[in-house]
Design a binder for this molecule. Sequence first.
Ligand code: SF4
Ligand code: SF4
Length: 156
Amino acid sequence: MSGKPSDNRLRPRFWETVPLDRMRPEEWEALCDGCGKCCLNKLEDEDTGEVAFTAVSCRLLDTESCRCGNYAIRKQLVPECVVLTPQKLPEIAYWLPQTCAYRRLHEGRGLADWHPLVSGDPESVHAAGISVRGLAVPEFTVTEDEWEDYIIDEAP
Ligand code: SF4
Ligand code: SF4
């Protein structure tokens, strides 16, 4: 879900006043902090439903910028990519990282001060150590059998 930031038609501090399902498309997209964590492959325990993040990243993730390599046609290139919408958010929030802006707003926690919309600096998410920069291991370098070896603790 890590897309391209947009600053067109953003109402001032819209994330504090506009409900998620009433945001303009540009505002919805701008909510993504660019951490790239949702583009890490996850392992889900079939019995408990517990989700574990791995450091292994989707083949389309640019591990330096932490952005999708081709956001516009990501679904064609990676059919399993989940396109996040306000309607889908309630059912999938549980597997988004705790730091994810969409999950935070869904849970009424607001945006953190390192969020680029708050800081005004797209680099602040990386400087705060929230993003996958320096952590993500490209999928094509690891076999699926090895994913378990790359399970990581998620940042709070
Ligand atoms: S986890 Fe959330 S904030 Fe981070 S890249 Fe994915 S959608 Fe954006
Ligand atoms: S295609 Fe991959 S890198 Fe792009 S948004 Fe989806 S999960 Fe992230």
